[in-house]
Design a protein around this ligand. Structure first.
Ligand SMILES: [Zn+2]
Length: 868
């Protein structure tokens, strides 16, 4: 039987050359066409079809496959991973997996055993596809890779791959995005597939298929694992500890094909041996592509510095990682600017060629790859035995935050211990509660350094070149952010123990601990919930369940303990007789601390019954959705509200905002974006009236710039040098002195210097309810060129501002020229308007949902803001 690829395809679409010329296939193995009803290149297979095909292969060839269900997406679709190996190996898969894990953990592994494992174990090659749902050919290729491995009869490469390896195929990492792309492509489809790049079928409306349901870029979610697709995939991979991982993407239709060696800068913790193997794979790929006359490039654009990608996270675990990028037809056929027609089938052909070449190169280098992997893991343990012996993570003000961080590390395969006794470190004694210990002598050492160190150094020659480029007003070549340190973004203290604390611990597991339902004692006055991430989540649910909650308007001492502003007060007299039972169930679900109070006489601070104490109500939130808002910003914000904090939210399309009855809502959130086009003078006036009547508007990043420019907010977005955005640049006068050349060529008016994603220190006013639950200083993600002049005291309060120049940067790169203008500028502003207020963040508080500290500030605005 012929390959499905060899079948004729639509006459309007150029023929795709054969996938593997001369191969014959076992007719008992189902083709894509037999299962889905269409040849693989003729239609873009929907997610259900991709899964159905993998299921069909697994049931047709059960002795050489195992199909794993890895996750259910937010929209209810399945993600799967097909394990393929020879029959002998698959029969003892569980034993092999156990051995793979032993090779991955050199602790207690004797050298002879290690040598045996390297000699005998298969190389595990994971091919992962379609993380961006609109990069459609990737999943088409996945089906053909699996088909070829299981059905090809006379391909000696396949024989070698089966002899030496175990192959994992994740055909579709983002089914919800793929479904969205196919739907949009289909409803805009022409009678004949239209090659015009501007044709509606190629031009995806907001939000596009790249992202998942909550509009996350899943190729930035590998270590944070906020999304179910990522959690399921990572857990499955940790069960195999693959040695080679290739992530297959698509890029712009006028490109060619990209494979490693990756662009510099690579991640600091990548080893020379890994780079050498990257080159071995690169050469094999080049030979295969040259043999078939396919164009390609490498060492450009796609770097692997950020450890949250599908290429770099596996590398930080010791694998050989690769990103493959195919020019996208973004549909069935695309007219390239060079005059060629690019088809969906071409994408499949190139990806399958790359995938089979990768598997073959892995098979040919099996032992070297396994030895490199084992060396990586054992050198990691060695590195952790000299120098700092333990990273101690601690939060006194929000133990729940430290707990969540510890669980996230466990989800990354890192060993973390929960302190069960006070921990002595750095001349201090930390209480057991909120303290976690990460031993450094473990195979995940390099990933630990990546995720927990404040700063990951970037190649210095590369950085020097970027400084030169910036001086010439050329964009930098940094592909993503330059900082991601989780303790900084979560406001969890990191204390290094040089000799080891010796403190007793119990292991932390990835799954949330079931705190159980510790029943609350009856309390005469009621209960206090200290404010913080867990307290806020519990209060959101309590309000949703109709429990009446008040919020302390200032800090106070009670029972020898300090409670901060924002502490939730749940009074017995406000609620029914079953309060203790209901509240303990909710607190248990969120692991929130509840303090029973029998006497509320306050000697120091704000009385519980003070006029500053406020009754909270479940906020009715309108999230402005759709264009012109930023896709990611809207999605991250909706996720943090609905899923992280369980807060009901109504998403209203920006174009419909004018029809909304604003009085039906308490809070309106504008995700990052410029709303000039949708908020005209009339709507702006209604917004201002609604705010004066008690509404709370929350803006962030570009929507703060918009609010400042339209007069909703009394600050200005600065131009370079500090000039307000809306004033005219100064005309040059007549020089009396010879000119300074560099000064003379500097543009008269330009945006402030760009910051390529760094973590900057923000000082908070802890007496203000907007900063409730913080300790007064946090790290925030700053990305781009937004700088806001602090709001003046007659207009409002800067609840958070950037630190001074010397203390400004906590991690990553802020160019020297940018620092003076950024220092001391506004981060979090509040401007009272009548009975309501504007709350404005200079940056994105819900960044990738891995910035827990600023997410809490955002939740303060929506939970504690209304009715102030
Ligand atoms: Zn991609």
């Amino acid at each position: 039987m012929l390959s499905a690829l060899a079948l004729a395809i639509l006459v309007q679409v150029p023929q795709t050359p054969s996938l593997a010329p001369g191969t014959s296939y076992d007719p008992d193995v189902p083709t894509v066409e037999r299962v889905t009803g269409h040849p693989v290149t003729e239609a873009i297979t929907p997610p259900e079809g991709v899964v159905a095909y993998m299921e069909a292969l697994a049931s047709a060839v059960p002795e050489r496959t195992r199909l794993l269900h890895t996750a259910t997406t937010w929209e209810g679709r399945s993600t799967v991973m097909l394990v393929i190996g020879n029959a002998e190996r698959m029969a003892r898969l569980d034993a092999i997996q156990a051995d793979l894990k032993r090779l991955a953990d050199p602790r207690g592994l004797d050298p002879a055993e290690r040598d045996r494992l390297v000699r005998e174990l298969p190389v595990v090659v994971a091919m992962i596809h379609g993380v961006h749902g609109n990069e459609a050919s990737s999943s088409g290729a996945a089906m053909m890779e699996a088909y070829h491995l299981l059905a090809a009869r006379n391909d000696e490469r396949v024989d070698r791959i089966m002899a030496e390896s175990l192959v994992l195929i994740d055909p579709m990492q983002n089914p919800d995005g793929r479904a969205r792309f196919i739907f949009q492509n289909t409803i805009a489809g022409a009678r004949w597939p239209d090659a015009d790049p501007l044709a509606a079928e190629h031009d995806e409306p907001w939000p596009g298929g790249r992202v998942n349901h909550y509009l996350f870029d899943l190729n930035r979610d590998w270590f944070a694992q906020t999304q179910p697709e990522t959690r399921g995939r990572v857990a499955a991979l940790l069960d195999f500890m693959p040695h080679v991982v290739a992530d297959l993407h698509e890029m712009g239709g006028n490109s060619t094909y990209y494979f490693p060696p990756n662009a510099i800068p690579g991640n600091t913790w990548t080893t020379e041996a890994q780079k050498e193997l990257n080159d071995v794979f690169g050469q094999a790929m080049a030979a295969a592509f040259d043999a078939r006359g396919f164009q390609y490039f490498n060492r450009d654009t796609y770097d692997a510095f950020f450890p949250g990608y599908g290429v770099s996270w596996p590398m930080a675990q010791g694998a050989i990682g690769a990103t493959y990028e195919q020019a996208s037809a973004r549909g069935l056929v695309y007219a390239r600017s060079d005059g060629d027609q690019l088809t969906y089938g071409d994408g499949i052909l190139h990806h399958v060629t790359a995938a089979l070449t990768t598997m073959d190169a892995a098979a040919r280098n099996r032992e070297r790859i396994l030895r490199t992997f084992a060396d990586f893991r054992s050198s990691a343990v060695e590195m952790g035995r000299s120098g700092t012996r333990e990273y101690v993570l601690h939060s006194a003000h929000d133990p729940g935050m430290a707990e969540r961080l510890a669980r996230t590390l466990a989800e990354n395969g890192i060993d973390v211990g929960r302190a069960t006794e006070p921990v002595r470190v750095g001349g201090r004694t930390l209480p057991a509660q909120g303290t976690f210990i990460v031993p450094m002598d473990q195979p995940g050492y390099r990933l630990i350094r990546n995720l927990l160190d404040p700063h990951t150094p970037m190649d210095s020659a590369f950085v020097a070149r970027q400084i030169e480029r910036r001086a010439n007003r050329e964009p930098d070549q940094i592909y993503d952010v330059t900082a991601w340190s989780l303790p900084l973004l979560w406001d969890v203290e990191l204390v290094r123990s040089e000799r080891g604390t010796g403190a007793a611990t119990t292991p932390v597991s990835a799954a949330p601990q079931d705190a159980g339902e510790a029943s609350l004692p009856a309390a005469q006055v009621g209960y206090l919930l200290p404010w913080g991430t867990n307290g806020a989540a519990a209060v959101a649910e309590a309000l949703r369940e109709g429990i009446r909650v008040r919020s302390a308007g200032g800090g106070f001492q009670l029972g020898g303990r300090h409670f901060g502003v924002g502490t939730a007060i749940v009074r017995a007299s406000d609620n029914g007789p079953d309060l203790a039972r209901r509240l303990s169930a909710i607190a248990g679900r969120h692991d929130a601390e509840v303090v029973p109070v029998d006497h509320s006489y306050i000697r120091e601070g704000t009385s519980l019954g003070s006029g500053r104490t406020r009754m909270l109500r479940e906020p009715r939130i309108l999230l402005v959705y759709d264009e012109p808002g930023s896709t990611n910003s809207a999605g991250w914000t909706r996720y943090v509200l609905e899923r992280r904090y369980g807060q009901r939210t109504t998403a209203v399309r920006a174009s419909t905002l004018g029809r909304a009855v604003l009085s039906d809502y308490d809070v309106i959130v504008f995700p990052s974006g410029n709303y000039d086009g949708v908020v005209g003078e009339g709507l702006r006036g209604r917004l201002q009236t609604w705010t004066r009547d008690g509404g709370t508007v929350v803006t962030m990043a570009e929507s703060t710039r918009w609010a400042a420019r339209t007069g909703l907010l009394s600050t200005t977005a600065e131009r370079r040098g500090g000039r307000p955005e809306e004033t005219a640049p100064k005309a040059p006068g007549t020089p009396e002195q010879p000119i300074d050349y560099l000064e003379a060529i500097a543009p008269v008016d330009e945006a402030p210097e760009q910051t390529p994603g760094a973590i900057v220190d923000v000082i908070l006013d802890t007496d203000h309810w907007l900063a409730a639950g913080t300790d007064g200083e946090i790290g925030v993600m700053v990305e781009g060129s937004r700088i806001f002049t602090p709001i003046t005291l007659d207009h409002g309060t800067n609840v958070g501002h950037y630190a001074d120049v010397d203390h400004l940067v906590l991690g990553g790169i802020v160019w020297e020229t940018a620092k003076p203008q950024l220092a001391n500028k506004a981060y979090l502003m509040i401007e009272p308007v009548g009975r309501g207020q504007m709350v404005a963040f200079a940056e994105e508080p819900n960044y990738r949902a891995y910035a827990e500290a600023t997410e809490l500030l955002f939740m303060n605005a929506v939970l504690l803001g209304p009715g102030r």
